[in-house]
Design a protein around this ligand. Structure first.
Ligand code: APR
Length: 241
């Protein structure tokens, strides 16, 4: 399952791509979407995670993301996020996350690609390149871009294009190992990334309630804070790093 690509005892040229979802942040206190009691049982995604919902009631959408941002600010990375940083110090690790929280970055991961944007920023409704960090401040209707237009959460809503997908496919297609942590793989195109690994590249899953069908995948049916360190320790032992 593991194959060594370099003689270096410390820096391995293996490229590990980690596709994460809401489950990796669950033990940091952030709700997932589709678990019992998850976000989509609390609010209708059509109202808060679609362009139509924004047009209908921007105040409701701003409140939804403001509340989640405060929860993110109060959360801390867990051992699952931190184990990926330990690995990053020993080989090439690319995190491709569906999450809009910044826990990977706050744990210390330095190569993080946000497929669905980030809750920590707002962007102009007319120019997606005009972004603004929000920090602790709420996104309000008074926050406007340089052209005087409203600002919206810098996240990808259902039905919107996923600009980071091309880069994500490039990363996954160059992976020597793919690790999927805490995602139901219910949402496309993100879920299709597992199909872009080269034949023979090992796929592993860390999820206590893994339901996805990934033939040949190694599944660690544990929570991220236990399962990711377990996977990382196994990888490091296999390559003596
Ligand atoms: N550790 C690891 N995995 C966990 C944990 C945990 N502690 N708790 C739950 N999980 C798993 C669940 O079993 C499930 O498979 O995390 C997964 C969460 O799935 P979803 O709630 O569907 O979240 P996700 O896959 O990230 O959703 C993808 O859907 O709503 C959109 O944009 C949103 O990015 C999100 C996308």
């Amino acid at each position: 399952m593991w194959r060594r690509r370099t003689s270096s005892p410390f820096q391995l040229s293996e490229h590990v791509v980690v596709l994460t979802g809401a489950g990796i942040s669950a033990e940091s206190g952030l709700s997932t979407f589709r678990d019992a009691g998850g976000l989509w049982e609390q609010v209708d995604l059509e109202d808060v995670a679609t362009p139509e919902g924004w047009e209908r009631n921007p105040e409701l959408v701003r409140d939804f993301y403001n509340q989640r941002r405060q929860q993110v600010l109060a959360a801390r990375p867990n051992a699952g996020h931190e184990a990926l940083v330990t690995l990053e110090n020993r080989c090439q690790v690319s995190v491709v996350t569906q999450n809009v929280d910044d826990l990977h970055e706050r744990a210390g991961s330095s190569h993080v690609l946000h497929l669905h944007g980030t809750i920590m920023e707002a962007r102009s409704v007319v120019d997606p390149d005009e972004k603004m960090p929000l920090g602790e401040q709420d996104l309000t209707q008074n926050l406007t871009c340089s052209g005087g237009h409203p600002m919206r959460p810098n996240v990808v809503w259902f039905g919107e294009p996923v600009p980071a997908m091309e880069r994500a496919v490039e990363l996954v297609s160059r992976a020597d190992h793919l690790l999927v942590v805490g995602s139901s793989l219910n949402v496309y195109p993100a879920a299709s990334l597992v199909q872009f690994v080269e034949p023979g590249v090992p796929i592993s899953v860390v999820d206590p309630d893994a339901r996805m069908n990934l033939p040949g995948a190694r599944v660690i049916r544990k929570a991220a804070s236990k399962g990711v360190p377990e996977w990382v320790n196994g990888f490091r032992a296999a390559f003596s790093i």
